[in-house]
Design a protein around this ligand. Structure first.
Ligand SMILES: [Zn+2]
Length: 452
């Protein structure tokens, strides 16, 4: 656990949720005071952060991060991945279960949980596997993981779909006992055998095996009905098609307890990018069409889609810098998520900063059942888990200059709006002046460099 903060901060002229300017005092790990500029009492020892015009949000919470440890420390570690999360404005992440060994026992989830605590950059909440070894045959020890020190509430075979309807039904029934949720990676395996990219005009033209929208939509349709049948809670990972949005909208209208996420990349990138066969754009689910991008933006704006989750999927260069068909699926996202949401939803007038707080902090905390500590309002007495963003800044994205240990950002060479200038975890600055605050002066990226 991180030591209690000894530094007191005063954030000058910040805009909570993008509204009126205030000064905010952080002391003893909580928000100690909020008031009109110049009116709050500031302890003499306070460190002043000039932040006029910067937007203050509750610390971001990611429901879908791949930290790769244990097993693929050449791609990312809990340390490097959570350091990247802090750089991106996050104060909590849910660490996906497809590690080696799989996070399918109390022992492994506790290991990841402890590594997160030792690193100290963000709160790490391990996701438990639904089935043993993600094998899709036998339920993992969900109860033992829920009861462990890691207090697992989100269960997912992400990377693989729980395609057996009987297993899915049992998992949905099982997690009710501890208010858990099954987060489904919706991909009908038979319909996606050998699939490389979205099935459509582009796949036909460039000759890559297509991945039809119905392979995602059929699983989501089945699962919302299963969730309704057993009266359980379902979460749909990274939905990517217009049809999926329609199914979720229908299910919510019917009162089914389902939530859904979209990734930043599905909010902006399309399958047109596959034309040059650059595997940095190879991802699961695949990039879809402009019509799908518009549908997920509309779904996010109207609340059909509850959250934005990064699906941060780091890969070492040898797994991405090869021909398309043999490259790994996935892209990094922790350090660009907020900028992409600003660009696609805020700067276009479709969402306010309060909406951003809802989809990147409050709702993911609620779905992950961590609202005791995260996704809290920006208010006096609340834990000082906060993100400060300069919305007027722009920055050029380059993989090599990112904090994550991997370079596979699809936004390399692009300019994105917005910059995280500070992140606070219980009042302690993990990012200040736009730079991660290294307590021990360990540069994770340069350490990783030796193995790349
Ligand atoms: Zn997935």
């Amino acid at each position: 656990m991180s030591a209690p903060s000894t530094t007191t901060y005063v954030l000058r002229g910040v805009l909570p949720y993008g509204t009126d300017a205030v000064d905010v005092v952080l002391a003893d790990g909580v928000i100690a005071a909020i008031g009109a500029p110049g009116t709050v009492e500031v302890p003499e020892s306070a460190r002043e952060v000039r932040a006029e015009g910067h937007v203050l949000l509750p610390g971001l919470v990611d429901l879908h991060t791949h930290l790769r440890e244990p097993g693929r420390e050449d791609a990312e570690t809990v340390f490097s991945g959570t350091r990247a999360a802090a750089a991106g404005g996050f104060t909590a992440v849910h660490a996906m279960a497809n590690t080696t060994p799989t996070q399918d026992t109390a022992g492994v989830v506790e290991q990841v949980y402890r590594l997160g605590q030792e690193a100290g950059w963000v709160d790490v909440h391990p996701v438990g596997a639904v089935t043993v070894g993600l094998g899709g045959e036998k339920l993992a020890e969900l109860g033992a993981m829920a009861d462990s020190a890691a207090r697992v509430r989100v269960f997912s075979d992400d990377g693989k779909c729980v395609h057996d309807p009987v297993l899915m039904r049992r998992a949905l029934e099982y997690v009710k006992a501890f208010d858990g949720v099954v987060a489904q990676h919706a991909q009908e395996p038979r319909l996606t055998e050998g699939a490389q990219m979205n099935e459509g005009v582009v796949s036909a033209q460039i000759g890559l095996t297509g991945w039809p929208a119905v392979a995602e939509e059929s699983i989501i349709a089945r699962d919302v009905l299963l969730a309704e049948h057993v009266g359980s809670r379902l979460h749909v990972c990274h939905l990517s098609t217009a049809g999926s949005v329609e199914i979720i909208r229908w299910a919510k209208g019917r009162g089914i307890d389902v939530t859904a996420e979209v990734t930043p990349h599905h909010l902006v990138l399309t399958d047109d990018l596959a034309r040059d066969y650059d595997p940095v754009f190879k991802v699961n689910p695949p990039l879809r069409t402009a019509k799908d991008v518009e549908a997920v933006r509309a779904g996010l704006a109207d609340g059909t889609i509850d959250i934005v989750a990064t699906d941060h999927a780091p890969h070492p260069v040898e797994d991405k810098d090869c021909e398309w068909s043999s490259a790994a699926f996935g892209m990094t996202g922790l350090e660009t998520a907020l900028s992409v949401v600003q660009q696609t939803m805020v700067d276009t007038g479709r969402m306010t900063w309060a909406d951003v707080a809802r989809v990147l902090s409050e709702n993911p905390a609620r779905i992950g059942r961590i609202t005791g500590s995260q996704g809290r309002p920006v208010a006096v007495g609340e834990p000082a888990n906060l993100t400060l963003v300069d919305p007027a800044a722009t920055r050029a994205i380059e993989g090599r200059t990112q904090v994550t240990a991997s370079d596979n950002t699809p936004f390399a060479g692009m300019e994105l709006p917005g910059r995280v200038v500070a992140t606070f975890l219980r009042g302690r600055a993990t990012v200040l002046d736009g730079t991660v605050v290294d307590g021990t002066a360990i540069d994770a990226k340069s350490l990783e460099g030796a193995t790349r």
